[in-house]
Each structure stands twice: as structure tokens, then as C-alpha cells.
Design a binder for this molecule. Structure first.
Ligand code: NAD
Ligand code: UFG
Length: 340
């Protein structure tokens, strides 16, 4: 039995492949490399000493997907494949609806045709919108402010309907908080295209000298130091959460939304200072205006993941910064230097 990992060459996908292989699972990866490089998968092999099949295929390519299901004994799908840039999704919403929604619908149809009814889906804390903290799974969802977030919300709705119509499905909707960090080997990590829009990769590129200074988006929020607070989760912890979620959907018939976060928040300034400590350099920053759409404080209620999956994060902010710095300093240009 194999697990199909869609988007397995990406940031979270590649780390999850490592943890699945470490847990002795068989995996098959499908990715169109729209936002990644096959090099990441070679490094997954290097880290784990294990081999697996990988296919370059867009999940909207029904025939291509069918061949993958024909050639492999797949029992569960972890579905990472999707576009994720919030700003870009506001500029070209149709691209996001086409890729994320149509891609997921075709994947689900092919799964149904092949009798594969277990899925672990990459959702996001963004589905909670502007809500009361801590975000608990029973809160209302759907009050989302951008097309990217809406694709996550709509896909959650589709998956709920599928389960409602056929209780033989088993689905975990994993709502990630802010994944950062890198594998501790420094061989795989986040490899953003162009100038990063997220805090941690931006800080790391300032530290390595690729970017001049960070702009802190507002210091007048009602938080302890005035800067935005988020629940950061080490990508290896997140990956382990997926291994546990696969076990759960294999052993239950269910549809469960589950937060993957640490349950505590750190401010932008706390992240900057933690990073300065591990890299031994000053992170140059200036305070700018708030970024439109940003909320002051987001953190998870992480109890359901502990109750259902036995999952708890173990890597703290210091470790997240250390591993990001290790990856960034060893690979200042990400995987690009490997391009022939
Ligand atoms: P990523 O861009 O690094 O990985 C996504 C992978 O999917 C890439 O390798 C990309 O090439 C591939 N892909 C995209 N569209 C595809 C398609 N049509 N067919 C085949 N492959 C396709 O992103 P990530 O950070 O690893 O995120 C993985 C998933 O988790 C995404 O669905 C994302 O929306 C979700 N998520 C990410 C975050 C985050 O902060 N990183 C937070 C919440 C949710
Ligand atoms: N920030 C800065 N400067 C930067 C970048 C970010 O000050 O250059 C601040 C933001 O204002 C925020 C915090 O750092 O307070 C974290 O911002 P990120 O962009 O790293 O993360 P977000 O919480 O804004 O976004 C994340 C995911 C999205 C998801 C969203 C909602 O990246 O995919 O959470 O859950 F939609």
C-alpha cells in the first residue's frame, strides 16, 4: 500500500515525504514543479536513504493521474498540491480557482474511480477569518478575505459534502498555522520564488545578506509589543502531524477538521530577536504601515490534534530559527544552485 503525495516536492510536502519514509511508509509523489524543483526529492532520498516513484504531472491532467493510480497500489492521498500566494490570488483569482479547485475535483474523481477514499488535505487557519482566539475547530469558517483562502474553504465544503454522501470516505482537514523552519540536515527547506512575502524566509534572507532590511508591518496592534502575533509551527512537527493523520484516516471512517499549531503565539519582534540570537547577526528592520488584511493575533487551540492524533509540537521557536538559518546559510540560493 502506498501513499500518494500531491505537491510532494514543495516545502511542506518534501518534509512530509521524509517523515513518511522514516516511518517506513511507501510513497508516490506527483508534482508539476510549478513552485518547486525535482532536486528537493533527490535530497529527500539523500536524507532517508530510501527510494520512491515520482511523476511530473499536473493534477488537472486526468489521464496522467489515472495512469499513476493504475501503476501504483495507492490507499491514501495527502493533498498538498496547490497555489498559496495570498497577494497573487487577489490579482489572478481565476488561476487560483482553476488550479486549486479544479485540480482537487479531478483528483477526487480519479480517487473515487479507483476506490481510494482516504485523504489528508492541506487546509489553513485562514478559513477561520477574523475570529476569536484561540482558533478552535468548532468556530465558524468561511469569513475569508482573499481568493486563496476561499479555495481552502470551498475545498473543505466539497470534502464535507463527499463524506456526507458516502461515509466510506475518511478525510482529515488539517488547518495549518504558520509553518516555518527546515529539516535539521539543512538539505531541504523553504525555497520561495523571488522576494518572500512571509516573515521567516524574509528574515532569513536579510540575515544572509540577500535582502537589505525587513519592514515590520505595523507596531500599533493591541499586542504586548504592538507587532502581529502568529502561531509558528516547525515544518518537521507539521510533517509528523501528517504521518499521524494518515494513521487516523486509515483507522477511522470520519471527516475531521484538525488544527496543526503549537497553541502559542510569537510577535514579529520576538521572531526577529530569536533569529538574531541563533545567527549571531543583527537583523536590520524598520517599522512600516500595517499590511492590509493582516489580523493582530492568531494562534491555535491545539487540543484536538493531541486528543485525536496524539500530536503535540516539540520544536520551539529557537529550533525553528536554528534550522531555518542552517538551511538558508548552506543554500543561500535555495535549490537554484543545483540547476544545471
Ligand atoms: P509549495 O508551493 O512549496 O508546495 C506546493 C506544491 O504543489 C509545489 O511543489 C507545486 O509545484 C505543486 N503544485 C501546485 N499546483 C499543482 C498542480 N496543479 N499539479 C501538481 N502539482 C502542483 O507550498 P507549501 O508551503 O508546501 O504548501 C503545501 C500546501 O499547504 C498548499 O496547499 C498550501 O496552500 C497549504 N498551506 C501552506 C501554508 C504555508 O504557510 N506554507 C499554510 C497553510 C496551508
Ligand atoms: N510580517 C512582517 N513583515 C514581513 C512579512 C510579514 O511584519 O515582511 C508580519 C505579518 O504582518 C504578520 C507576521 O509577520 O504579523 C506573519 O506574516 P506571514 O506573512 O509570515 O504569515 P501570515 O500569518 O500573514 O500568513 C499565513 C500563511 C498564509 C495564510 C495565513 C492565514 O502564509 O498562507 O497565514 O492563516 F493564509
Amino acid at each position: 500500500m502506498a501513499i500518494l503525495v500531491t505537491g510532494g516536492a514543495g516545502f511542506i510536502g518534501s518534509h512530509t515525504c521524509v517523515e513518511l519514509l522514516n516511518a517506513k511508509e511507501e510513497i508516490v509523489v506527483v508534482d508539476n514543479y510549478d513552485n518547486s524543483l525535482p532536486e528537493a526529492l533527490d535530497r529527500v532520498r539523500q536524507i532517508t536513504g530510501r527510494d520512491f516513484r515520482q511523476y511530473q504531472c499536473d493534477i488537472r491532467d486526468r489521464e496522467g493521474l489515472c495512469r499513476i493510480f493504475q501503476d501504483n497500489d495507492i490507499d491514501t492521498v495527502i493533498h498538498f498540491a496547490g497555489l498559496k500566494a495570498v497577494g497573487e490570488s487577489c490579482e489572478v483569482p481565476l488561476k487560483y480557482y482553476d488550479n486549486n479547485m479544479i485540480g482537487t475535483i479531478i483528483l477526487l474523481e480519479v480517487m473515487k474511480d479507483f476506490g481510494v477514499k482516504r485523504m489528508v488535505f492541506s487546509s489553513s487557519a485562514t478559513v477561520y477569518g477574523d475570529n476569536i482566539v484561540p482558533y478552535v475547530e468548532t468556530l465558524s469558517t468561511g469569513n475569508v478575505t482573499n481568493p486563496y483562502g476561499r479555495t481552502k474553504y470551498f475545498i473543505e465544503c466539497i470534502l464535507k459534502d463527499i463524506y456526507g454522501a458516502d461515509h466510506n470516505w475518511s478525510i482529515a482537514l488539517l488547518r495549518y498555522f504558520n509553518p516555518i523552519g527546515a529539516h535539521e540536515s539543512g538539505l531541504i527547506g523553504e525555497n520561495p520564488n523571488g522576494i518572500p512575502s512571509n516573515l521567516m524566509p524574509y528574515v532569513a534572507q536579510v540575515a544572509v545578506g540577500k535582502l537589505k532590511e525587513l519592514v515590520v508591518f505595523g507596531d500599533d496592534y493591541s499586542t504586548a509589543d504592538g507587532t502581529g502575533v502568529r502561531d509558528y509551527i516547525h515544518v518537521t512537527d507539521l510533517a509528523i502531524g501528517h504521518v499521524k493523520a494518515v494513521d487516523y484516516v486509515r483507522n477511522h471512517r470520519c471527516l475531521e477538521a484538525i488544527n496543526l499549531g503549537s497553541g502559542r503565539g510569537y510577535s514579529v519582534l520576538e521572531v526577529i530577536h530569536a533569529f538574531e540570537k541563533v545567527c549571531g547577526k543583527k537583523i536590520h528592520y524598520r517599522v512600516g504601515p500595517r499590511r492590509p488584511g493582516d489580523l493582530p493575533i492568531i494562534y491555535a487551540d491545539a487540543k484536538k490534534a493531541e486528543r485525536l492524533l496524539g500530536f503535540k509540537t516539540t520544536r520551539d521557536l529557537d529550533k525553528m530559527c536554528k534550522d531555518t538559518w542552517n538551511w538558508q546559510s548552506k543554500n543561500p540560493n535555495g535549490y537554484e544552485q543545483e540547476k544545471k
